[in-house]
Design a protein around this ligand. Structure first.
Ligand SMILES: C[S@@+](CC[C@H](N)C(=O)[O-])C[C@H]1O[C@@H](n2cnc3c(N)ncnc32)[C@H](O)[C@@H]1O
Length: 340
């Protein structure tokens, strides 16, 4: 794949055809064509025989995928059936994540984005916002709290993976973690299942206590999964922990608040205690994955929701006196630093 961005005009043509483009991608996924293409190169002849498809029609179908930049074609003769195709590595996994049955995008559709759709001039002028009964930040009604935390838990996959990859380096038996803004406790529960000697307290707004209780019961975790109700904007973080984590929390707040929270963690940790920060650090691909929220949150001023470069955190942690800030690799990176 060239990896080059489409020209503005090409991109706009594709955007205009987005419903049809999705139909093509979904069909390719469902018919197993993406997997075959990813194992490629494969010729049009082979692909149409394997899947019992009409070569001339499949060629046009593959033109659609090629225009989207999802496959590359080599054509050295005039014979259509000899055209050879290769898909971008990771295409099947990407299609699964974005258009598959458990797609994050599908989950986002339940939010009332239609309240802004077609009204962006008023939204941008500050004359129209997301109705608070549709979405409030932080979530206010019990339904909003439960719906929001369930959405967050559904998107934990890449986070669980980075924690799993570095688990043996991160945790020692007997350690206690404070999971700040820890949602319904799903991440905490998964960490507890993987690390027998660990205990975790979720620190979250008091309104989420019932959700964490439910998670504790669902995973049969007893006293290993605790809950500390509080509001980190108005109270210090509690002490007594070896590590404090912020997972998809700091990016919701302006830089000053994010720094204030890292400072609160520094104050609460003992010497040798660690801060862990995991969220989507800003890259072009992640900005694209964030498109829905960039759009939706135009109507919600109380939620800053910005993807920050990882350097922001490394600099802030060093300035606060944390030592050896390190970026552990993974589908979302994990920043870890130690209090001197
Ligand atoms: C974007 S969610 C992330 C949830 C979870 N860490 C995850 O990644 O799935 C932000 C979390 O911060 C919590 N939160 C928001 N404002 C808070 C506050 N003032 N004090 C404590 N927690 C807060 C929310 O309730 C929510 O659980």
């Amino acid at each position: 794949m060239s990896g080059q961005a489409a020209s503005p005009r090409a991109l706009l043509h594709l955007l205009y055809n987005s419903a049809r483009a999705l139909d093509v991608v979904q069909t390719a996924r469902e018919m197993g064509l993406l997997t075959a293409l990813e194992k490629g190169p494969v010729t049009l002849g082979e692909l149409s025989t394997q899947h019992r498809l009409v070569p001339g029609r499949l060629y046009k179908f593959l033109d659609c995928l090629e225009s989207l930049g999802l496959v590359q074609r080599e054509q050295t003769t005039d014979a259509l059936v000899e055209a050879r195709y290769t898909a971008a590595q990771g295409l099947s996994a990407a299609a699964e994540a974005v258009v598959g049955p458990h797609s994050l995008e599908r989950d986002r559709e339940k939010y009332n984005w239609g309240a802004l759709y077609g009204h962006l001039p008023e939204v941008l002028r500050g004359e129209r916002s997301m109705p608070r009964d549709s979405f409030d930040w932080p979530p206010s009604t019990p339904e909003q709290v439960a719906g929001f935390e369930a959405s967050m838990a559904a998107g934990l996959g890449p986070i669980l993976e980075v924690f799993r990859t570095h688990g043996s380096k991160l945790w020692k038996p007997g350690q206690k973690l404070l999971e700040v803004g820890g949602g319904d406790g799903t991440l905490a529960a998964r960490l507890l299942e993987e690390h027998a000697g660990l205990t975790v307290d979720v620190y979250n707004l008091p309104s989420t206590e019932g959700l964490v209780t439910h998670t504790r019961e669902k995973h049969a975790l007893g006293g290993r999964l605790g809950f500390v109700g509080g509001d980190f904007l108005h109270e210090p973080l509690p002490g007594g922990y070896n590590a404090i984590s912020f997972v998809r929390v700091l990016h919701d707040w302006p830089a000053e608040t994010a720094r204030m929270l890292m400072k609160a963690a520094h104050a609460a940790l003992p010497s040798g205690g660690r801060i862990l920060i995991c969220e989507e650090f800003r890259t072009p691909e992640r900005l694209a994955a964030q498109f829905f929220w960039s759009y939706f949150l135009m109507g919600v001023d109380s939620c800053v929701s910005r993807l920050r470069e990882v350097q922001f955190y490394l600099k802030a942690l060093t300035e606060l006196g944390f030592q050896q800030p390190e970026v552990l690799p993974g589908p979302f990176e994990l920043v870890v630093a130690t209090k001197a």
